[in-house]
Design a protein around this ligand. Structure first.
Ligand code: FES
Length: 213
């Protein structure tokens, strides 16, 4: 008979509240266990940690540099975390302002309005003006297939869509192409979705947090 292995637990403080979670739990998920929601964009509980959007930044007391992405950093024994300290809120404000430089800002007519993570976080972090000004970059909307249109100026490059296609559906029908300001989502391998392995499952649309697909 094989003895049941006991799961190792770790205990730390989140906003002064003692939290115990299974070893291997991320800080974001440990906070959720304690009823504390950390803002997030690229995090998706069904997918592997990605850590690209930085909105989930939290402060670790006593750690050099202090700030980590809570969706990909592990909750550890003795850790002391602040999820909504003035420094974390300011860091998130800077990040959101950067996102909004090129974002469409068509919220009143956007089909994702009311269930958009970027819109929610913009309100939550009181972003009402943007010090980063330059003419917006724009790329035309793309018609990927009869099911999917892609709106570049809404996309925040969180890659939830490409990750769900790869990790859950297992087909890699779409991918991230290019880098920096030219980064974009595109049909994989330069082939149209009709020609590649897209199954029209719609998962990429379902997980997009901002209505880019
Ligand atoms: Fe953590 Fe995006 S939610 S980096």
């Amino acid at each position: 008979m094989v003895a049941a292995t006991q799961q190792q637990m770790v205990t730390g403080l989140i906003n002064g509240q003692e939290v115990t979670a299974p070893a291997g739990t991320t800080i974001l998920e440990a906070a959720r266990l304690a009823g504390i929601e950390v803002p997030n964009l690229c995090y998706q509980p069904l997918l592997r940690p990605w850590g690209s959007c930085r909105i989930c930044t939290v402060e670790i007391l006593g750690k050099r540099g202090g700030m980590v992405e809570s969706c990909s950093a592990m909750f550890q024994d003795g850790i002391e975390v602040l999820t909504h300290s003035p420094d974390t809120m300011q860091a998130r404000q800077y990040i959101l302002q950067m996102y909004l430089i090129d974002h469409a800002l068509d919220c009143p007519t956007c089909d994702k309005s009311g269930e958009c993570y970027l819109q929610d976080n913009t309100y939550l972090h009181n972003i009402n003006a943007n010090p980063y000004r330059r003419p917006k970059l724009a790329q035309p909307y793309e018609h990927f297939s009869d099911t999917i249109d892609y709106k570049w100026d809404r996309c925040i490059m969180c890659n939830r869509c490409t990750r769900v296609c790869d990790e859950m559906v297992g087909v890699i029908a779409i991918e991230q192409a290019n880098r920096s300001l030219e980064a974009t989502i595109a049909p994989a391998f330069g082939r149209s979705l009709e020609e590649n392995s897209c199954t029209n499952c719609g998962m990429c649309i379902a997980v997009c947090p901002v209505g880019a697909l």
